[in-house]
Design a protein around this ligand. Structure first.
Ligand code: SAM
Length: 235
């Protein structure tokens, strides 16, 4: 078996601080804004010359959070309710022989901050701190295949979930001048119902919490309704 060694060329800064609540694919929540912070060895401006002519990028990355958890040939896609098994190569599961992921994200710009070269991106489905192995421009003429068959995931997941917020939570969102889309972002994250399939069966009122950007968000789920009770700024 051939072996190859790769270096990470950079790391993701993402609003998603834990796996729970990250969408299952990129592009589903446009308000998820982050960046790729390039490693010093790759932080020469020349390395991104011409990149801003492209609207989207492919990111090749490591599923670093689960990389040491192994893999199995059959997986249970959450999309199918968590009970049906498919071959790992017929899924986008994180537990793979080589824990490598592939996501297309929107390119929002290139900047230098605190001496670091950053590529600004949005619509991501990546955990904060994800190591990036490679970046390639998205080529619509070749990469966009509208007639392609999407198998058991032929369209974006449908959701019946609704979202409301307490008055305090609404006010908190309105006050965040650096995050003008915070309310929409939280709403979209909750609408996709991030709970694992087995929790979706439960009839009782459930309490959850998550961190997005530097905010801790608490909410309850009652049937198909999410209610955000509290949002707090983390220290
Ligand atoms: N678009 C990618 C692909 O197809 O290879 C990722 C798809 S995978 C189903 C998306 C999930 O990966 C997210 O919902 C999140 O739970 C998980 N994820 C994102 N970044 C990760 C990381 N660095 N380590 C482990 N899991 C991660």
């Amino acid at each position: 078996m051939a072996q190859y060694q790769f270096n990470s060329i950079g790391y993701i800064k993402s609003p998603y601080k834990q796996k729970f609540a990250i969408p299952r694919q990129p592009g589903l929540i446009a308000e998820a804004c982050g960046s790729i912070e390039l490693e010093a060895d790759y932080a020469d401006e020349g390395i991104v010359r011409g990149i801003e002519a492209f609207s989207h990028l492919w990111l090749v990355f490591v599923f670093h959070e689960t990389a040491d958890k192994g893999w199995s040939p059959l997986v249970r896609p959450p999309r199918l309710g968590g009970n049906t098994r498919k071959g790992v190569f017929a899924t986008r599961a994180t537990f793979r022989p080589n824990p490598i992921g592939l996501s297309v994200v929107k390119l929002d710009g290139v900047t230098r901050k605190n001496g670091k070269l950053q590529i600004l991106i949005s619509g991501l489905d990546l955990l904060d701190g994800t190591p990036i192995l490679d970046i390639k421009p998205y080529l619509p003429y070749s990469d966009a295949l509208p007639a392609a068959n999407g198998g058991f995931a032929d369209a974006a997941p449908e959701t019946m979930m609704t979202v409301s917020m307490s008055e305090n939570a609404e006010q908190f969102c309105q006050q965040q001048k650096h995050y003008p889309h915070l309310r929409t972002f939280i709403e979209k994250v909750l609408k996709q119902d991030p709970r694992p399939p087995y929790k979706k069966q439960r009839a009782d009122i459930q309490h959850y919490g998550m961190t997005l950007y530097e905010f801790n968000i608490k909410w309850t789920v009652d049937g198909e309704h999410n209610h955000v009770t509290e949002i707090m700024q983390l220290p």
